[in-house]
Design a protein around this ligand. Structure first.
Ligand code: SF4
Ligand code: SF4
Length: 174
């Protein structure tokens, strides 16, 4: 398993065409079969990855808390919601409210200082235990260079399907 962030970034860049072709192959498979495999692999990968030694998602991603998140976060840092929005948030180019800073201002020594109040998206990230992996492949591809759990799960998934004739047809076209 690869855990070095620099090597993961390089490999994700190098594999980008193969990874895209493999995502097209996955779309030909039964959703439930892919989900079962992804859930199993992701669980095994997550068990050996130390998120507190990584925290890359908290440094790299722009978080968009919803209104419930904002109210919970504001309370956790003793601010009114309007004060919280003014201090920590901005409107992005699509008119959505997102966190103003990257890395996230609540990241302290690789740990979340508002862990109990963290936004729902932070709780769900990297989403690999959720249903319908196949429908989220664009997001998965975008996260391959960010998250070691996503990268290693996808690598294992490619290995699992490598022997099938159909996957070879897709991967052979790259
Ligand atoms: S979820 Fe992924 S990117 Fe975030 S800290 Fe864990 S391994 Fe790193
Ligand atoms: S709120 Fe916490 S978990 Fe979410 S990005 Fe910030 S530091 Fe990371």
């Amino acid at each position: 398993m690869e855990l070095d962030p620099k090597k993961i970034e390089t490999a994700a860049q190098k594999n980008s065409m193969v990874d895209l072709a493999f995502s097209r192959f996955l779309k030909t498979q039964r959703v439930q079969d892919v989900d079962n495999l992804v859930h199993k692999i992701a669980k095994e990968v997550t068990a050996v990855v130390d998120c507190t030694a990584c925290a890359k998602c908290c440094r790299a991603l722009v978080i968009a808390p919803d209104y419930r998140d904002v109210s919970r976060l504001a309370e956790s840092v003793n601010l009114e919601t309007h004060e919280f929005r003014k201090k920590y948030m901005r409107l992005d180019s699509e008119g959505d409210l997102v966190m103003r800073q990257r890395p996230c201002p609540f990241l302290r020594s690789n740990r979340c200082s508002v862990y109990e109040a963290r936004p729902n998206l932070c709780r769900r990230y990297p989403y690999l235990d959720e249903p319908n992996f196949v429908s989220s492949l664009n997001r998965v591809l975008r996260n391959l260079h960010v998250c070691p759990i996503v990268f290693n799960t996808y690598e294992r998934l490619k290995s699992e399907y490598r022997e099938t004739r159909l996957s070879q047809a897709y991967l052979g076209s790259t």
